[in-house]
Design a protein. Structure first.
Length: 422
């Protein structure tokens, strides 16, 4: 038998893939992360993108195991945990300060930088887009997997972690399942330096999350980097090609604003304050990127509890395994939970089989099989929660009232369950 270190590949440099890399690095286990994007610049990592609320049992637990909790705290001042809900007329019907659950917010870019800074520079291979993955040798516990990176060549590994997102190429080794369109689309727009330049709008959306719902539409804001008000405008539509078919994406956000503000099928029935917010965001987005067309993104899902017949030498984490809707704030959290658990399995196998890669695979295989069963169960619960929330928020004519009532009940339950000495 050959005596060499196991060759481990992590496909995808998002939060899940980077977390796996950090935890293996802490235990001096060799690995390589392959990411199709170019390495982000400092300016790119300082730009406003979506905020992520991390949860105690998942995202925060993973950061704790990475020894990053203290440094993480310095990145949580951008967006508070406070919530505001308004009806489609723009009237605020619910507020809270975040409640008793601790779910601090961090920018996706800040989380990426936080994780990247812990990894050796050469451990991430940027601009490596995976074309295909295949088994070269396959046995009970003796496999090799070939990864094809197109013009960059082919590489062979003993174990592959697919953290390559919604349209995962690694997933094709395990299942033919593909994500399906979920009936929702959204556009993302940013108002930079909002406090100084638009103080009234800044006060209106608050310091944390802001949500306005009605007519199966939604306008949602978060405070983001560069003192931004980052706005998401959601639509419910059965037409996956709505943006193209309607012509909405043929022009810039500024060119689309009149249609967005006045068409009753879009946001024409929303109140004046909300229209001012949407109009300002459209104009500001076009000032920042004058030539950029309006981008309308579709949301996709895999069936809740998606699973596959286990195979030696490969597994999936995050969206590669369980694409879910974003309406429970669980996507990045379950992905980092996956990363934490799969890393523990790899570390345990590595430390208990130091001699050959065959021994490593034999030890690792049942641990990964158990991981996949547990992952599917918890992902099913979170995906169903997200789907139910989507129906609550965007499935009816008055999602704001439904969400406000749900939030009040949830806050009361959380307060009642707190220990009396807190």
């Amino acid at each position: 038998m050959s005596t060499h270190q196991p060759r481990i590949a992590i496909i995808g440099g998002g939060p899940a893939g980077l977390t796996v890399g950090i935890l293996l690095h802490k235990h001096q286990i060799p690995f390589t992360i392959f990411e199709y994007r170019a390495k982000p610049t400092d300016d790119e990592l300082a730009s406003p993108v979506g905020m992520l609320d991390l949860h105690e049992e998942s995202g925060l637990a993973a950061l704790k195991e990475c020894d990053l909790l203290e440094e993480f705290k310095s990145h949580t001042t951008v967006c508070s945990e406070a919530q505001i809900i308004a009806n489609k007329e723009g009237n605020i019907i619910y507020t809270d300060d975040g409640g008793p659950e601790h779910r601090p917010e961090i920018s996706r870019n800040s989380l990426t930088k936080l994780l990247l800074d812990q990894l050796p520079v050469d451990s991430v291979q940027w601009e490596h887009k995976l074309s295909s993955a295949s088994y070269l040798a396959e046995g009970s516990h003796n496999v090799e997997i070939e990864l094809n990176f197109g013009h960059l060549g082919k590489r062979t590994f003993d174990f592959v972690v697919g953290a390559d997102g919604t349209w995962s190429r690694v997933r094709t080794l395990l299942t033919s399942a593909k994500p399906a369109y979920a009936g929702f689309q959204y556009m993302m727009l940013a108002i930079r330096q909002a406090t100084e330049r638009y103080p009234a709008l800044s006060d209106y959306v608050g310091t944390g999350g802001f949500t306005s719902l009605g007519n199966r539409r939604g306008i949602m804001c978060q405070r983001a980097l560069q003192d931004s008000a980052l706005m998401y405008a959601f639509l419910s539509t059965d037409n996956e090609n709505f943006g193209e078919d309607s012509g909405l994406v043929k022009g810039t956000p500024a060119e689309a604003k009149e249609r967005l503000l006045n068409d009753d099928e879009l946001f024409g029935q929303f109140g004046p304050k909300l229209k001012e917010l949407l109009q300002t965001a459209c104009e500001e987005e076009t000032k920042t990127m004058p030539d950029a067309k309006l981008l309308l993104r579709s949301l996709y899902t895999l069936p809740p509890g998606h699973s596959w017949e286990h195979k030696t030498g490969v597994t999936l984490v995050g969206d590669a395994s369980h694409v879910m809707l974003p309406f429970a704030g669980e996507g990045v959290n379950v992905a980092m939970w996956d990363a934490l658990d799969v890393s523990r399995a790899i570390i345990k196998a590595y430390e208990n089989s130091p001699t050959t890669f065959t021994t490593f695979q034999t030890t690792l295989d049942p641990l990964i099989k158990e991981f996949e069963v547990n992952m599917a169960a918890r992902a099913k619960e979170k995906a169903e929660e997200a789907s139910n929330n989507a129906k609550l928020m965007l499935g009816g004519e008055d999602g704001a009232t439904a969400m406000a009532e749900w939030m009040r009940a949830a806050m009361q339950q959380a307060q009642a369950s707190r220990p009396s000495d807190e």
